[in-house]
Write a protein that binds this ligand. Structure first.
Ligand SMILES: [Mg+2]
Length: 212
């Protein structure tokens, strides 16, 4: 069966969870943690982990911030349409499975997720627990997206990829240009470099393209 591999933050969800924490909560240490990644002093996993663990809120606040990830209108219907047409959908994310699974539960969707595990409590914030034994584990980015894509291509020649940022580049390059869906920063980069791709604004557009 054909396979769609999609990034989560800024792709499946319109917002990035680390960004929402900084923007809406701005806990001590969050901005410094992210800056540490931007300055090259921390890996992406460490930078994200610093932001997630600085977050302090109660259970209701946690649910509200997950809801603020704001998947585009029509995303639930688009997932159902793809799955009904035989597409397997897999989320591959450098972020944390905790908020991804929580958003999927809020949406009533069942989708396979490859991301670092994590636990949340009001006292500790969100603690990421990457599993070095996971087949897709990557020490810098949490999940090795190109390996996820290569495994999919071994199972089916029809693989689509959707993403928006630097960790999506290598995986996106492994699929055919007509199934290489990009938005945001990565779309601008591909446009500038003349890398063939399909640009999208909202995730449900991917289903429209694939089901045409
Ligand atoms: Mg992203």
């Amino acid at each position: 069966m054909p396979i769609l591999i999609t990034d989560f933050d800024g792709t499946f969800a319109t917002r990035d969870f680390f960004d929402l924490i900084i923007e809406r909560c701005d806990p001590p240490g969050a901005q410094d943690g992210w800056q540490g990644f931007l300055d090259g002093k921390l890996t992406l996993s460490e930078g994200l982990g610093a932001v997630f663990s600085s977050w302090r809120t109660d259970a209701a606040g946690a649910d509200a911030l997950v809801a603020a990830l704001a998947p585009a209108p029509g995303t639930v219907e688009a997932v159902h349409a793809l799955q009904a047409a035989g597409w397997e959908i897999t989320i591959a994310s450098a972020g944390c499975g905790w908020y991804i699974e929580r958003l999927l539960a809020q949406m009533g969707l069942t989708i396979q997720v490859h991301a670092s595990a994590g636990v949340f409590s009001p006292e500790t914030g969100l603690l990421m627990r990457p599993d070095p034994a996971d087949r897709y584990h990557h020490p810098q980015t949490g999940i090795d997206k190109p390996v996820v894509v290569r495994d999919a291509l071994e199972r089916d020649p029809i693989v689509a990829y959707a993403g928006d940022s630097t960790t999506d580049r290598a995986g996106a390059m492994l699929v055919a240009p007509e199934r290489r869906f990009v938005t945001g920063w990565l779309q601008k980069g591909f446009a500038r470099e003349g890398v063939p791709h399909v640009a999208f604004e909202a995730w449900p557009e991917i289903a429209e393209h694939l089901l045409k």
